[in-house]
Design a protein around this ligand. Structure first.
Ligand SMILES: [Ca+2]
Length: 106
């Protein structure tokens, strides 16, 4: 990664862009670098409860969610949010888009 910013976008950057440049539960639960730790766990939001402007759950022992060789020693969330809810919301969006498409044909 380029320390000046810019450069090619990594997997975390791509996931962040896909999420609309927002910190979402699915982005938090994802493991962009495939090291077995979620992005949220590595960035100090193990239970994916952080919202913009709030103080993160943890500000120490933060690791790089784009580097599989870097891990935090923080314990994973005991009761993480269900990603099913996020998936259901995405499906609902797809259904709505399909309904709109159908209506425009009728
Ligand atoms: Ca990770």
């Amino acid at each position: 990664m380029n320390s000046e910013g810019g450069g090619s976008r990594n997997s975390f950057g791509n996931a962040f862009k896909s999420a609309g440049l927002k910190w979402t539960v699915s982005l938090c639960l994802a493991d962009s670098d495939g090291d077995g730790q979620s992005n949220g766990l590595e960035l100090g939001d193990p239970c994916c409860t952080w919202t913009k402007g709030a103080t993160p759950n943890a500000t120490t022992d933060v690791s790089d969610p784009t580097d599989g060789s870097k891990k935090t020693s923080r314990a994973a969330c005991a009761n993480p949010p269900a990603s099913a809810a996020a998936a259901a919301a995405a499906n609902l969006g797809l259904l709505a888009a399909a309904a709109v498409a159908l209506l425009s044909v009728l």
